[in-house]
Design a protein around this ligand. Sequence first.
Ligand SMILES: CC(C)(COP(=O)(O)OP(=O)(O)OC[C@H]1O[C@@H](n2cnc3c(N)ncnc32)[C@H](O)[C@@H]1OP(=O)(O)O)[C@@H](O)C(=O)NCCC(=O)NCCS
Length: 143
Amino acid sequence: MGHDTALDPDAMAAVHAAAYQLDRPWTAAEFRSLTDSPHVLALGDTRAFILVRIIADEAEVLTIATHPDHRRKGLARALLARFHAAARARGATTAFLDVAADNAPAIALYLDAGYAQVGQRRAYYPRRDAPAADALLLRRALD
Ligand SMILES: CC(C)(COP(=O)(O)OP(=O)(O)OC[C@H]1O[C@@H](n2cnc3c(N)ncnc32)[C@H](O)[C@@H]1OP(=O)(O)O)[C@@H](O)C(=O)NCCC(=O)NCCS
């Protein structure tokens, strides 16, 4: 489905690695194969981006990340708004996402953007020095 011009797979991998500090960061090749899908859309730039999948009436956030140097400037909020508009324009009526129950900044972002919790998966996200975190399934109507 494509991506914004300043946002190639290398930029996505760099922002993602800086934002998430994972043991095994997502690679540029993985981002390329995701954005090759006709259902996947990437929005953003080298400071912050969102990767989403839109299929029929459902839209899903695959990942969202803001580089630590650019946090709390409204970038993620603006990306969610662009995602909602793009998904609506393609006929989606509902947006979904998963968030770790211990990720307070992301939960605050999503509640602020109109999402509500509709489910919970126990012990879904492994943690290095702590028990696995639950995943919260959040949903927002797009119409
Ligand atoms: C979550 C994340 C994407 C937020 O990005 P951001 O661009 O800094 O967010 P915004 O500036 O658009 O914030 C919008 C609102 O979200 C909430 N929020 C964002 N970060 C927050 C924090 N650290 N603590 C509390 N609330 C926060 C606030 O309500 C904020 O509005 P305000 O600044 O007017 O108070 C960013 O912290 C990040 O990349 N985290 C690591 C990756 C991650 O956890 N992604 C989500 C996984 S599901």
